[in-house]
Design a protein around this ligand. Structure first.
Ligand SMILES: [Zn+2]
Length: 120
């Protein structure tokens, strides 16, 4: 389906879905409250996965690239079914979340302590 579309067209189709879903979250990033105008630069972040549910890595194009459009087409009804399993995030906050998730309990506590004690 998406094979004949250009990279730009695919991104625009994805942004339309993201913008539509953003409406469920007041069209703003959960963390920084940045407003979402077009869907570009925003993602839907899973708080928890349900057993058997597909993940982003399950969606690949024929060229073995990540298939964002089919992933978001799959995701949209799941988000609409229960928006509380997800958060709406800007890319910057999503990236930060994914980095911080790599730190486990003690390291995470020390990292947060360091951030709080550090001056600009
Ligand atoms: Zn943000």
């Amino acid at each position: 389906m998406s094979d004949e579309r250009s990279y730009r067209e695919i991104n625009e189709a994805v942004w339309i879905i993201i913008k539509r879903l953003g409406g469920l979250y007041r069209s703003r990033c959960y963390v920084c409250h940045k407003h979402c105008d077009t869907g570009k630069g925003f993602v839907i972040h899973h708080i928890e996965y349900v057993s058997g549910e597909k993940t982003y890595s399950d969606f690949k194009t024929k060229e073995d690239k990540k298939d964002r459009l089919n992933y978001y087409l799959y995701l949209e009804p799941l988000v609409r079914k229960n928006k509380y399993r997800f958060k709406f995030l800007c890319n910057k906050c999503h990236f930060s979340t994914e980095v911080l998730k790599r730190y486990k309990t003690d390291k995470f506590k020390r990292l947060i302590k360091l951030v709080r004690m550090s001056k600009k």
